[in-house]
Design a binder for this molecule. Structure first.
Ligand code: MV4
Length: 585
């Protein structure tokens, strides 16, 4: 126990930062690993030392067991924490770590193996007396088996990857006509995602809630249920918002879920932190779905309501310490908002780029776990989660109000994020009442915009960037946000704004430069003349200045009527494309 003095964190981003913080508090030497792309990232900076494990593709760095084990050896690491994703649920990696004589901060490889195979996890749960969603316990042999299942149970049914999880490759079949195509498609997707094409079948429970139970086990056979989380708010099977406790669960239901979760984990001789997923149908019955054998992204909300540092507890358990509690109480309500770099108006498509502005919220009840700082670049190589905003309140009502406040105080520019999507979910009646189910995002939210003509002033492919500036009008300060063409000027390069294809449509009412009267240079050039001083009242078409470029003079005219409140140029100035010339209100 006392020999453990160093920990290698086999991960990147916010979870690497999270683990480093916990390890530091326990007095451990922290060893980071990084791909060439992450040389200057936050987790590398925060660790005591850091080792290069290869090129950007995860397969050649964060997923490369040999390279990580080499780093562990070179650094003299005593223990390895895998975080989530990458190799966290890889039984072979767990074995490699323990075979090298190091401590694996996680469950035994056998427990990972049992739960990683979704049909064997369903069987293990059933043997422990915990019912799963009605379905099969072995991979489907062929189409006729699924047809027979449909005859017995009816539609809709779900076809899932046997070696998958998290909804990837999940196909919902609503009628016999779609069955054959869905079966083939599910097998192809399973092969593509997990390298194994086997699928199994479940009845698809439509009006259900996705509830997961946090458990933690020590090496001495003690296991404790740490409360549940509601994870029904997902899009494309990626969680967006999680909360603890689950709204609307009775103490009796909660107790039953806890009992079932402990039974499932115990039947696999589980050790460390783990999550048992359930679907709770409209009658309130919890059905086992799958077990995740890792620390999860949303462990933070359980920490906020229990007061227990789960990562630190994982580390202590790995060092052989017994659990210091037999049961826990929860206090108040916590909600996590995942801040992803993606465009909610374009079906949540990831949008790589650089964080031009990055300011986290703070204050009572606000926690931000992030892996970035201003200037960080988000690549297409890894997960697009940059931060988790976690709010705590004495009750759900207060947590929601705090969430709205903190989301509004979270300023990110340079890339679009899920922040506006969160604010719009928080404004819905279904979420406020806590009555939402797993169909919520698909059925009730409309972030996309089917009408491409709805932002006529912004050509789709023009490279533009969001910018803001402060102006004073009559002694009062205003912030003007606008979109302008990409500029190459020195003041804008380096850590400056970064081009993106188009603005999030959610914000389009405030994003047009013309609407706000921000006059920008249409091209690079020299100002040869100004016509009017600041304070002048202008009509549409009134000339403001002359810009010379390539020996041609261009008259810049006012596109709107209003007062010229700011003239930012004078004759002789050279200006870059997109730089601000004047502001009219
Ligand atoms: C289901 C389901 C309904 N019936 N399985 C998605 C993530 C994965 N861990 C399990 N998931 C689900 N499995 C059966 N048999 C509903 C979900 C589900 C879901 C489905 C569609 C849209 C959003 C969802 C959110 C949570 C769970």
């Amino acid at each position: 126990m006392s020999t453990v003095e160093s920990l290698l964190i086999a991960n990147r981003g916010e979870i690497a930062v999270r683990v480093i913080r916990a390890a530091r508090e326990l007095g451990l030497r922290t060893i980071a690993v990084y791909s060439e792309l992450d040389r200057d990232s936050l987790h590398v900076e925060l660790a005591d030392e850091a080792w290069n494990i290869g090129p950007p593709p995860a397969a050649e760095s964060y997923l490369d067991i040999d390279r990580i084990m080499n780093a562990a050896q070179s650094a003299g690491a005593a223990a390895v924490h895998p975080g989530y994703g990458f190799l966290a649920e890889n039984a072979e990696f767990a074995n490699a770590v323990t075979n090298a004589g190091l401590i694996w901060v996680g469950p035994p490889s056998e427990a990972i193996r049992i739960m990683g195979d979704k049909t064997s996890s369903r069987l293990t749960a059933a043997k422990a007396g915990v019912p799963g969603v009605p379905g099969t316990f072995e991979p489907a042999e062929g189409l006729s088996e699924i047809e027979n299942f449909a005859k017995e149970h009816g539609y809709p049914l779900a076809i899932k990857a046997a070696h998958g999880g998290g909804g990837r490759g999940l196909k919902v079949v609503t009628s016999a006509g779609d069955l054959a195509a869905s079966y083939e498609s599910a097998r192809r997707e399973a092969e593509a995602w997990f390298g194994r094409s086997e699928v199994y079948i479940e009845r698809y429970l439509e009006k259900s809630r996705h509830i997961e139970a946090q458990v933690i086990f020590d090496l001495h056979g003690n296991g404790v249920f740490l409360g549940e989380r509601d994870c029904s708010i997902q899009r494309r099977h990626q969680k967006l918002i999680e909360e603890a406790p689950a709204p609307g669960l009775s103490p009796k239901q909660r107790k039953e879920i806890g009992k079932r979760a402990i039974a499932v984990a115990a039947s696999a001789d589980y050790v460390s932190a783990g999550t048992v997923e359930f679907l709770v149908d409209s009658s309130g019955e919890p059905y086992f779905l799958e077990m995740n054998t890792r620390i999860q992204v949303e462990h933070t909300i359980t920490e906020m309501v229990t007061g227990i540092d789960l990562v630190k507890t994982q580390l202590r358990i790995a060092m052989g310490e017994p659990l210091p509690f037999k049961s826990v109480e929860t206090h108040g309500h916590a909600i996590e908002f995942r801040i992803n770099v993606e465009d909610p108006t374009a079906d949540f498509a990831p949008t790589p780029g650089t964080l031009v502005e990055y300011q986290e919220p703070g204050g009572f009840g606000v926690r931000v776990d992030s892996g970035v700082t201003v200037g960080s670049t988000i690549s297409q190589y890894y997960d697009n989660l940059i931060a988790k905003l976690v709010v705590w309140g004495t009750n759900r009502e207060e947590a929601m109000a705090r969430g709205i406040r903190a989301l509004s105080d979270f300023h990110v520019a340079g890339v679009p994020t899920t922040i506006p999507a969160h604010l719009s979910i928080l404004s819905t009646e279904a979420f406020r009442q806590g009555t939402h189910d797993t169909r919520f995002v698909e059925d009730q939210m409309c972030f996309g915009d089917a009408d491409p003509t709805s932002h006529p002033t912004l050509p789709e492919q023009e490279e533009i960037q969001e910018r803001s500036m402060t102006v004073e009008v009559g002694g009062k300060r205003f912030v003007v946000r606008f979109w302008a063409p990409v500029t190459e000027s020195p003041e804008m390069s380096g850590s400056g704004p970064v081009p993106r294809r188009r603005p999030p449509k959610l914000e389009r009412s405030t994003t047009s430069g013309h609407d706000t009267g921000v006059i920008t240079a249409p091209m690079q050039g020299t100002i040869v003349k100004t016509y009017v001083p600041a304070g002048t009242h202008l009509k549409i078409g009134d000339p403001i200045c002359v810009l010379e470029a390539m020996k041609m003079e261009n008259e810049i005219k006012s596109p709107i009527e209003g007062e010229l409140i700011d003239l930012r140029i004078q004759p002789g100035d050279t200006v870059a494309t997109g730089s601000v010339l004047a502001i009219i209100r």
